[in-house]
Structure formats: C-alpha cells, structure tokens
Design a protein. Structure first.
Lengths: 121, 484
C-alpha cells in the first residue's frame, strides 16, 4: 500500500466510475470539495459521501452525483485535504491539499495543489 | 463536459435563431394587417404598435411570479430538483406567455421586442463572462484592511468598465488569494456588496438593469452624470463598514511569508477582447449613423461581435489560465436559461405595471420608486424590476418604455425618478444572493475554494439588514425623501 507522498512521487493515477473514485493510497480525509459542495461529514450516515478503505486503495462514493464526468468539467477539479495514515493529524504541516482531475478513460490524475488553485483550508 | 456544454450552447443558439425567424415571419404577416413590425432592436424599441395597447389578463403575470419565486427558493429548498430541471421550468413558463401572446392577443411585436432585448443582454453578459474567465491576476501583497479597502474601491470602479459580472469573475480570485491567510466569509460578502453590485451603478455596462435602460433609450452618459454623487457616499459608507470589520480580524498571519508586492497578470489577449466588448456596446445604428442595420433580424452588428468574442476568447484562451480559474460554462448557462424565461414571462407584467402607474399618477413619488424598485430587486432579479418600474414611472406621464423617443423625453422631464430606479435596482441587488447574477457566481467560486459561506437567510440577517439597509436608508433620506 502506497502513501500519498509515494503516489505523488510515482505519478500514480486513480480511477473513477460513475460516482465512485478510487485513490491509489490510504489516507485520512478532512475536507472534500466537489463543485460548490464542501463536505466535512464523513460519518457512515453522511448524505454526501461514503468512504471505504481496502488493503491497497481508498474508495470514495459521491452520493449526490450520478456521473462525476458530467459534474466536474474539463477545467475543474475535486479537491481534498488529506493526512497520511501514520502522521499526526493535529499538525497542520501534515495536511496535504490534493486536486483530482477527471480525465479520459476513467483516469483520475492526482496532483498537489499549487498556489494557483484556490483552496482555503 | 465542456464539449457537451459547447454542443448544448450551439443547439440553444440554433433554436433561438430559428425562433427569431419564426417570430419575424409572423411579425411580417402582422404588418400586412396594419401593425407596424420591425426586426431590429432599434426599430422594435422605437415602434409602438397597436397590438401593444391590448392589455393581457392579470393572471398572465402568474408565470413571471412563479418563475421568480422558484429562482429564489429552488437553490435553497429543492436544490437537486432545481439544478436538474431549471431549464425546463424556465422554458415552459416562458412558453405559456408566448402561446398566449401569439394565439390569444395576436401580439407578436411585444415578443420580438423582448427577444431582441434578451439577445442583447445575453450577448453582453456571456462575452464579459468568457473573456474575463481567460484572465488571471495574482496580487503578491500582504493583505491589510487598508489594502483591502483600496482593492475593493478599485473593483467598484472597474465594475463600471467591464461590468459587475466581468469584475467579479476577474477580481474575486485575486482577492481570496491576497487574503488567504485571514479569509473569512465577510470578505466575500463585502466583495459582493461593492464589486458585484453597488460599484457598477455608474455606466450601462456596469449592471444589466442599466444596460437594459440604455437599450431602451437612456443616454449612455446620463447614468454617471446623475448618479455619481449618490454612488460615491454609498461606496464609501460600505467600505467604512468593511474597514471596521477587517481591523478586528486578528487571525494570526503565517510567519516567514515574504511578499514581493508585485501584481502578476496573465491573459493579456483577453484584455483586447474586453475592449472590443466595450466598444461594441456603442455599435448601434442609433448611436452611430453609418452602422448598418440588420433589419429584419432582431439583433445587430453589436450582438454578432459580442458572440464572436465569446467564441474567439474561449477558443484562444490559455488552458492553464482556464484551469487555474476553474472555468466552467455552467454559471452563464444558468443565466441564459433563466433569463430566457424571465424576459418572456415579464412581458405581461411590464404592460400591466405601466398601465397601473398611469392610473395611479401623482401618488407615486421618488421615494416610493426607490423602495419599491429596491425591495423587489433584493428578492427578485434587478433587471426585470428596473424595466418594470421604469415603465411604471413613464406611465405617470403617459409615456411608453417600448418607445425609445418616449424614454429620451422622459429623461429630460425629471431626473429624480430614473435616479431612484437606477440606484435602487443596482444597490439593492446586493441585499441577497439572488438579487444580482454575479452574487451567486462569487458565492460558488468562494465555496469551490473551500470558504463556507453563510446560508441565504444568514446573509440577509447577519449582513444585509445590519450593514446595507441603514446605508440605503441614509441614501433615501438625503436624495429621495419628499421628492417627485
């Protein structure tokens, strides 16, 4: 199982199918932004999101969207604030801001957001 | 997704143009039976046909009220239904009025008139939206209350040059970036107050209601000449309120950040497109005599230029800038669909209000116009509100808003009514998220950046009622109380 840093370093891509996103690493999520929805409720009863973790990847289901490709346009991204599993979640320096680009053939490009992409924690 | 949007836009344009031809064919047929019909916006505005004197039934304003009610409540109470079905709702309600006018009143003229105004309106908004979406500004400067005040004041001025929509699109991201270490919802709310609304009260390019006034015959420079002395104290008072909020923002600055003080600007080519849009506003046979009229088409060279800018500025935009701006056609698509319905459904409301105002006569003073226009602009969209109350004020003198010569005559009779309507329509649009098109766009961009914005009602209760209403009351007391 890769960490976020390893996945970024190796330019690993994720996958998406319909409302489902597969990230090639394990992580703890703090905040997700899709379109203008800011999601911070990751409890099992959340109306917006369902999370599942397997041995080798993290799954996210966006319950409000049937098809992510239709919801997130060419120049938009899904944004996450995540923390590595083994890192101190309370240290802001460990909070990693990621942008997920919806590509062709179910490919999900993952990148660390630079200062050009607006993303306030 | 963008390609899909592109296809959808093409389809909408094709349907719209087909619809125009259909209406024009019918208008030409109507001409044969004695009605004056004309296709160009200018001629339409100057023509007062016999059919317009036939008043619609009072219940025909129901589609208009229903649409405005749904625009207000949809995004809050039934968000997902509204997001999916608003185009159908808007077109269906508009179609009810179109069918009524075509088959019951046999009045094609009013519809052609409304359609011509719609095309001009959407041409301006979409061109400003797309051209400014291809520009990226980065201000590498430490944000302080004073720097923010200067930024917002500059935004207020710029909104008169590229419109509140263009200025909001262009400046909201640099404003958030500049304040990223101390950003709070009030920053965005004051941005909406000043740049997205109040600031744009000086020129017809500033805010859609004033542009519609210009299209109806209000001289271009009338606004700045007659409104600047109301605009300046209003902007300064709101800035003072912002300053008081901002000096109390004690959020700790991140240490070790160095600021170069530089302003970086990308997408210079799109500045040329913005300049073309501004120049195109004046390309009208009435303003410049040698400009060819495209009669009987209900649009002119101006609209063709603006739509060409939409295509070219998107086609040749830097993809990196579009990515950084997270450019999406959705906001302008929403405006295009909703205003298609608004322009169609407001036709009977316009005629009925003008008639009522004519009957009420001297009972309506400038203060009544100020609060009535403002109150409705806050809850509904300010563009139809402006034109409805302009129509009402002109009705006092037996003048018709659909007749350009009448509008020019009205402006020369008494300034105070048009001042009250213009100021109220623009200023009060800031009272709620739905008062003006850019308000929701700015809210959406801010939320996409991770800023949790107040709800519809929190915005009104915590900010509008506390900050704006007292300022607008002062404006009323000083400029409109007991006048007219």
């Amino acid at each position: 199982m890769k960490t976020i840093e390893e996945a970024l370093k190796n330019n690993l891509t994720g996958l998406y199918y319909g409302s489902r996103v597969l990230l090639p690493f394990k992580c703890l999520l703090l905040k997700v932004i899709i379109e203008d929805d800011i999601i911070t409720d990751f409890s099992p009863n959340s109306k917006s999101i369902y999370l599942n973790e397997t041995e080798s990847f993290t799954e996210i289901y966006f319950k409000q969207f049937k098809n992510l490709k239709e919801a997130v346009s060419k120049f938009e991204t899904i944004k996450l604030i995540a923390v590595e599993k083994d890192k101190n979640i309370f240290d802001f320096k460990n909070h990693i801001k990621l942008a997920l680009h919806i590509g062709e053939e179910h490919k999900l490009t993952i990148e660390k957001t630079d200062e050009d992409i607006l993303f306030i924690e | 997704m963008v390609l899909n949007h592109g296809k959808k836009i093409k389809r909408i344009l094709i349907i719209t143009i087909s619809f125009l031809f259909f209406l024009n064919l019918n208008a030409t047929a109507a001409q044969a039976v004695g009605q004056k019909a004309s296709g160009t916006l200018t001629n339409v505005l100057n023509t007062s046909s016999a059919s317009e004197k036939l008043l619609p039934a009072a219940w025909m304003i129901i589609p208009f009220l229903l649409l405005l009610l749904m625009i207000a409540t949809g995004p809050i109470f039934y968000k997902h239904f509204w997001e999916k079905h608003y185009p159908k709702v808007s077109i269906l309600l508009g179609a009810i009025v179109v069918v009524y006018y075509v088959f019951i009143l046999n009045n094609y003229q009013s519809l052609v008139h409304a359609l011509a105004e719609y095309i001009s309106f959407i041409a301006l908004l979409s061109s400003l939206f797309v051209a400014s979406g291809g520009i990226l500004i980065k201000v590498n400067k430490k944000s302080t209350p004073f720097v923010n005040v200067v930024f917002l004041f500059a935004g207020a001025v710029i909104s008169n040059i590229i419109g509140t929509t263009g200025a909001s699109m262009l400046l909201i991201r640099p404003f958030i970036r500049m304040n990223r270490n101390r950003i709070k919802p009030y920053h965005i709310i004051f941005f909406i107050f000043i740049v997205s609304n109040v600031g744009g009260a000086l020129t017809p390019i500033g805010d859609p209601p004033l542009f519609l006034g210009f299209l109806s015959g209000v001289p271009f420079f009338w606004v700045i000449k007659n409104v600047w002395f109301i605009w300046l104290p209003a902007v300064l008072l709101i800035l003072l309120a912002f300053y008081l909020f901002d000096i109390n923002n004690k959020r700790a600055e991140e240490k070790g950040i160095e600021y170069s003080g530089k302003i970086q600007f990308k997408g210079t080519r799109n500045l040329i497109f913005l300049a073309i849009i501004i120049l195109a506003v004046f390309i009208d046979p009435v303003v410049i005599s040698w400009i060819p009229s495209l009669s009987p088409l209900p649009f002119g060279l101006r609209e063709i230029i603006m739509f060409a800018v939409v295509f070219l500025s998107y086609r040749y935009a830097d993809n990196e800038i579009l990515k950084d701006n997270e450019f999406d056609f959705e906001p302008i698509k929403e405006v295009a669909y909703l205003f298609l319905g608004i322009f169609a459904t407001m036709v009977p409301a316009l005629q009925l209000i003008a008639e009522e105002a004519h009957l009420l006569g001297s009972k309506l003073n400038a203060g009544v116009f100020y609060w009535a226009t403002g109150g409705l602009s806050a809850a509904l969209d300010n563009t139809p509100t402006y034109i409805n109350f302009l129509s009402a004020a002109m009705g006092k003198y037996g003048l018709d808003v659909a007749n350009k010569a009448h509008v020019i005559q009205f402006v020369s009779i008494d300034d105070v009514y048009l001042q009250a309507i213009s100021v109220a329509a623009v200023f009060f649009g800031s009272l709620s998220y739905i008062g003006n098109g850019p308000n929701f766009m700015v809210k959406s961009i801010s939320e996409r950046a991770g800023i949790e914005m107040p709800s519809f009602f929190s915005y009104i209760i915590k900010y509008s009622l506390v900050i704006l209403v007292p300022i607008f009351t002062v404006i009323w007391l000083v400029f409109f109380y007991g006048k007219g």
